[in-house]
Design a protein around this ligand. Structure first.
Ligand code: DGY
Length: 322
């Protein structure tokens, strides 16, 4: 009997693939740092039994029309807005993602971005390297601190709760907005549920962690930014399309909010001449929310487990919920 064929759309360290090579014939795209080209993806999906894809690979109806044998497709991310789920499911293909394993790494990065933006760390680093540090002065690069401030978390899933736990340790008051109430977070962290509007008005740090869906596309628009405090800082570790970037830019230059920390952009990689990148009060990262070595390895292993489970007739560990 032939081994099932699995295609992975980036190069993956051989040591991680080794334990699975007796189960499946596994092939990877040539590069770790470049996405697979459209032609190769089309050819590979045509005869793959299983696939592991990245958040930069769009898996839509047109591509899936090529798939003859595909039984499982595992996204190396917790977000799956790159998947056209209805097209995947109508073909009986199992779709999986990587929740849980990346919660702490992403919460750490979110909090790092909050601190970096609030305390102006990147500006300060540039200041030193550019030889601008001539003397100490009381308000040199003074930022805003966390203690006793309100953090407003939009999207209180696993990562939101992990960010809230970190915020508690920094003495912050926790506000959140979510589709459902989180009773445990309310009990353990004294997190307060708010409407979206209340959260915007009351928060000193507004942290966007909501998944990208039809409902959240463009959620942070001109109206949303106009409701935030002038002293507030906006953090986005979700998806770029949740934010109207032009509205964010105007809110920042007009001083209607104080700063922004962004791990994600509407178009990735963001163009180096993007207007947001010209602003000192913005900290920009290249979508590295879950990028710790430990977590990335765990994510890859979870994808491999999901794919091989399905190919061997077992349940996927983390199927994307219906
Ligand atoms: C995810 O897993 O969806 C994150 O955006 C990756 O950093």
């Amino acid at each position: 009997m032939r081994k099932p064929y699995v295609y992975i759309t980036r190069q993956i360290p051989e040591k991680l693939l080794k334990p699975y090579q007796n189960i499946a014939e596994i092939k990877t795209w040539t590069y770790e740092d470049q996405p697979v080209d459209a032609e190769t993806l089309k050819e590979e999906i045509a005869h793959a039994d299983g696939m592991i894809t990245m958040l930069s690979d769009k898996i839509d109806e047109e591509l899936l029309e090529q798939a003859k044998n595909l039984k499982v497709i595992a996204n190396l991310a917790v977000g799956y807005d790159n998947f056209e789920l209805s097209s995947i499911r109508k073909r009986g293909i199992v779709a999986t993602n990587t929740p849980d394993v990346l919660t702490n790494a992403t919460a750490d990065l979110t909090f790092a971005l909050l601190l970096a933006t609030g305390r102006r760390l990147i500006e300060a680093d540039r200041f030193v390297r550019e030889g601008k540090w001539k003397q100490w002065s009381p308000f040199l690069l003074a930022g805003t601190e966390m203690n006793q401030k309100n953090i407003g978390i939009v999207g209180m899933g696993r990562i939101g709760e992990a960010v809230a736990r970190r915020a508690k340790g920094f003495g912050m008051n926790i506000l959140y907005h979510n589709r459902t109430r989180k009773e445990q977070a309310e009990r353990e962290l004294a997190a307060m549920y708010c409407s979206f509007e209340e959260l915007l008005k009351e928060s000193d740090f507004v942290v966007c962690l909501t998944p990208l869906t039809k409902e959240t596309n463009g959620l942070f628009n001109e109206e949303a930014f106009s409701q935030m405090k002038q002293s507030s800082i906006f953090i986005n570790v979700s998806r770029g399309a949740v934010v109207d970037e032009q509205a964010l830019y105007h809110a920042l230059v007009s001083g209607s909010i104080r700063g922004a920390g962004l791990d994600v952009f509407q178009h990735e990689p963001v163009e180096p001449n993007h207007p947001l990148l010209n602003l000192n009060q913005v900290v920009c990262l290249p979508h590295i929310g879950s990028a710790s070595e430990e977590t990335r390895e765990e994510m890859i292993i979870l994808c491999l487990e999901n794919v091989t489970n399905v190919l061997q007739g077992r349940e996927a560990i983390t199927p994307i919920p219906y």
